[in-house]
Design a protein around this ligand. Structure first.
Ligand SMILES: [Zn+2]
Length: 57
């Protein structure tokens, strides 16, 4: 988190958001993956659910 703050200080908040949104892009629907929850906001973590059901087997 301190690294993030340093990045914002150096490159500005705009660049930080661009960097983060590129990093947290869902490869299923292209939506934004929630950084804190770790799943896509658009398809409501469908990818996560699939992984979970596979883990149960
Ligand atoms: Zn998605």
């Amino acid at each position: 988190m301190i690294e993030n703050l340093n990045y914002i200080k150096e490159f500005g908040l705009e660049n930080f958001e661009i960097k983060e949104s590129a990093r947290w892009k869902c490869d299923t629907c292209g939506g934004t993956i929630c950084v804190h929850r770790g799943f896509c906001l658009k398809c409501s973590g469908q990818k996560n659910q699939k992984e979970k059901s596979e883990m149960h087997r």
